[in-house]
Write a protein that binds this ligand. Structure first.
Ligand SMILES: [Zn+2]
Length: 181
């Protein structure tokens, strides 16, 4: 197989943790079934913060992507989540909004659930974490991971640079949100 990752750009960004410069390298990746994807990576030499983002090279316009996970195999769909997109999973009480340190990544549905589960477990290990709520949330995420509950992944993508690679993914223009009943 040929290498399909090509470096296209280098630039500095401010580290969202310590404010120093991070050298970011940007790569163009021709992804099967998707087309060109831009991946940017860098690491803060001072605090170790890892910068990462990913986006479709050709923006598709503000949009909402909905993907229903309801049967074995659905968890294998690949997700391209740009750092500017929000993720909601209403059935699991998950809402991830992009902050200054938000990262973009390519993962699968399963990887996303694992990541959310790990972060929830970490937050719930804090001394002042709400024990009951934590227990309920972790239990639900655990069931989702094991395919015992059905859920919907909703990506709200104001730039149109995220994607869920599946014929089952439903795409709506972002403007329609709120108008629908
Ligand atoms: Zn830093």
């Amino acid at each position: 197989m040929n290498s399909i990752l090509r470096k296209i750009l280098e630039y500095n960004v401010k580290c969202p943790v310590c404010g120093r410069d991070i050298r970011v390298e940007e790569y163009l990746y021709n992804m099967p079934l998707v087309g060109d994807v831009i991946i940017s990576v860098g690491k803060c030499g001072y605090c170790g913060y890892k910068w990462s983002d990913v986006r479709l090279a050709e923006p598709r316009g503000p949009r909402v992507i909905e993907y229903r996970v309801e049967k074995p195999g659905d968890e294998n769909a690949v997700i391209i989540r740009a750092s500017t997109a929000s993720i909601k999973i209403p059935e699991l009480g998950v809402e991830i909004t992009p902050g200054p340190a938000a990262k973009g990544y390519i993962t699968t549905v399963e990887g996303l659930i694992m990541d959310i589960l790990e972060k929830t477990q970490f937050l719930c290990s804090e001394p002042d974490a709400p024990i009951e709520e934590c227990r309920r949330k972790i239990d639900l995420l655990d069931k989702a991971r094991n395919g015992l509950v059905k859920y919907t992944i909703i990506i709200v993508d104001p730039e149109g640079v995220s994607a869920i690679l599946s014929d089952k993914a439903v795409i709506k223009p972002l403007e329609e949100k709120g108008k629908r009943v």
